[in-house]
Design a protein around this ligand. Sequence first.
Ligand SMILES: Nc1ncnc2c1ncn2[C@@H]1O[C@H](COP(=O)(O)OP(=O)(O)OP(=O)(O)O)[C@@H](O)[C@H]1O
Length: 264
Amino acid sequence: MLIIENLSKTFNPGSINEKLALDNITLSLQPGEFLSIIGGNGAGKSTLLNCISGVYPMDQGRIILDSMDISYHPEYQRSCYIGRVFQDPMLGTAFDMTIEENLAIAYARGKPRGLKPGIRKSEAKLFREHLARLELGLEDRMKQKVGLLSGGQRQALTLLMATIVKPKLLLLDEHTAALDPAIAQRVLQLTREIVSRYHLTTIMVTHNMKAALEYGNRTIMMHEGRIILDLQEAEREEITVEKLVQLFGLKSGAELDNDRLLLI
Ligand SMILES: Nc1ncnc2c1ncn2[C@@H]1O[C@H](COP(=O)(O)OP(=O)(O)OP(=O)(O)O)[C@@H](O)[C@H]1O
């Protein structure tokens, strides 16, 4: 489904600030696989998502998505088949537009533009059904502006917008990091429900080691632009956060420098 081959990315090459952010990454995901990524500060997690979604061009490598070589597709083109949710609840939604207008924009993704303005009755009904599944009462607030929503409500809506047209790949970049723990938990549960309902191939970067092991079916750990650990199936089921911290030390030869990871 997703194949990444020998992906490398260096920022500011040839300058004093040269930084090898991704060092020959090779990774493949099966359809419906839900991968969590953890790693210390500057490990290359966000850069990996940015290269996959076309925000940064890569220096070397290939990205194949659903048998299509997207390595040189521009970001706007990839956004038709890659859904993304960011850490900041302010990103991903238009705050001065209503909930249903935001959903209508997301629903039009990848479809030819029609001339008909407004939202059809059938679309409003569909949006209501999707919103009701979030169990946040948003289905009764469809005409309200998104700016009135809390951070958690916004992230749930962004998640819905990223998936209302089934993406070939869903990228979640620490999408619960800015939320209160209880709300973060709810958004993670929603993530799990949506990913499993639509059988979405998903990559979730998280700073929460517990969540990384609890959600999805595979976990990788990155360090200095490389994948140093890849846990799947039975091996992953047996692992604890403490063991993961130990493994990090063993595989990287370094102390885990991300305080946020250790806090969990
Ligand atoms: N636009 C950029 N220009 C220059 N250097 C960058 C840029 N983006 C990232 N880097 C550098 O690349 C390295 C990898 O950064 P990246 O943001 O991918 O790490 P991360 O694993 O997401 O870290 P964190 O958990 O701290 O967010 C870091 O050393 C970072 O400073």
